[in-house]
Design a protein around this ligand. Structure first.
Ligand code: KG4
Ligand code: ZN
Length: 335
């Protein structure tokens, strides 16, 4: 049974957690910077890394306190090594290295996307999970479809060609004058809108896209419509509902095709956008079980990094103290 302290600072959440056996959360502390970045309408990288430095020690301390354990009880220190913002990643990785060296614990670098995938093992569904399964990671930086045949085995079926799903939500949120982050704001606005008011393009029928995703044309189409209105007369709810319907359509169509082609036992939705109510509802029509984590585990957190790290620990996959950050790490490697 592993006990791992995990640290996550890839974007604008400073997070630390203690996870036991890859499934049990002993603590899960998240200091969000969302309010700080709202004034800029998006994450300001330099501000994010400085804020991580200010709060990281308090966040780690709190995670250890809430878990009611000491450093001597830990089996490893895990940390997100990438992808993410370089300055943000550096804070977490250096703190993790310092702790590993100072406390004599092994270090485990974890890919952020692998973390999102493992958020499902922290839910009640963990005991029912069987392979092969399909995971759709939909976050601010990623829209990736992975086929998993076993722990640590990732077959990349398709991914972001331009804007990630969450990025599209955030950019369209800005176009509609909604607060940052756009995703939850559009989700809310869409509940009072007509999803068929505007027929926005869906990059889904064209064969050349395969399982890859493209949302930049959709964003441009929304922008064109917004230009027809005075800002105060913008039909925000209808635009939000129609935009969300187009994103959901593409995500559900491709996920359903991949699920059928690979005869998976279940579909897992992870990442910030998996909190979207329209997406969850549409996915529920799939002929296999569709699972998603509770909202607190959908967005960035360190518990998911600890869950993924458990399998590295079991396989003796540790990182050297020379571990570097990999901000642009595109694909998740198997082991
Ligand atoms: O996974 P996450 O916290 O960070 C990344 O790794 O990127 O995802 C953040 C993204 C943001 O783009 C945010 O707008 C989006 O998730 N998001 C949502 C919802 N909640 C968060 N998008 C659509 N509907 C939501 N309810
Ligand atoms: Zn994330």
């Amino acid at each position: 049974m592993s006990r791992i302290l995990a640290i996550e600072t890839s974007c604008d959440e400073t997070a630390a957690a203690v996870v036991e056996g890859g499934t049990r959360i002993l603590s899960n502390v998240i200091a969000s910077q969302t309010d700080l970045h709202a004034q800029y309408g998006g994450v300001f990288p330099e501000v994010a890394s400085r804020k991580h430095i200010e709060v990281i020690y308090a966040v780690v301390h709190q995670a250890m306190q809430q878990a009611h354990i000491g450093f001597e009880d830990l089996d490893a220190i895990a940390v997100t090594e990438g992808p993410g913002l370089v300055g943000s990643l550096l804070v977490g990785v250096n703190v993790a290295k310092g702790l590993a060296l100072g406390r004599g614990k092994p270090l485990i670098g974890v890919n952020h996307i692998e973390g999102h995938i493992y958020s499902l093992w922290l839910t009640e569904a963990a005991a029912e999970i069987e392979f092969p399964l399909l995971t759709l990671v939909v976050s601010g930086g990623h829209t990736e479809l992975y086929l998993m045949r076993d722990h640590g085995q990732y077959e990349h079926l398709g991914g972001t060609l331009d804007d990630a799903a969450g990025e599209a939500f955030d950019k369209v949120g800005r176009l509609l004058g909604l607060p940052f982050p756009g995703g939850p704001a559009i989700d809310k606005a869409a509940t009072d809108g007509n999803p068929t008011a505007y027929d926005f393009p869906r990059a889904v029928m064209e064969q050349e896209y395969g399982y890859d995703f493209s949302f930049s044309g959709l964003k441009t189409a929304v922008m064109r419509v917004t230009r027809r209105f005075q800002p105060e007369r913008l039909p925000v709810n209808d635009l939000a509902a129609s935009f969300q319907a187009a994103v959901v359509d593409v995500l559900v169509t491709k996920t359903a095709q991949a699920a059928a082609a690979h005869e998976v036992t279940a579909v897992h939705l992870t990442g910030g956008v998996s909190a979207n109510r329209g997406l969850r509802q549409a996915m529920s029509a799939l002929p296999v079980p569709v699972r998603y984590p509770p909202p607190i585990l959908c967005t960035d957190n360190a518990a998911m990094i600890g869950a993924a790290a458990h399998w590295h620990w079991l396989n003796g996959r540790f990182s050297p103290l020379s571990l570097d950050v990999t901000p642009n790490l595109a694909l998740l490697g198997s082991y």
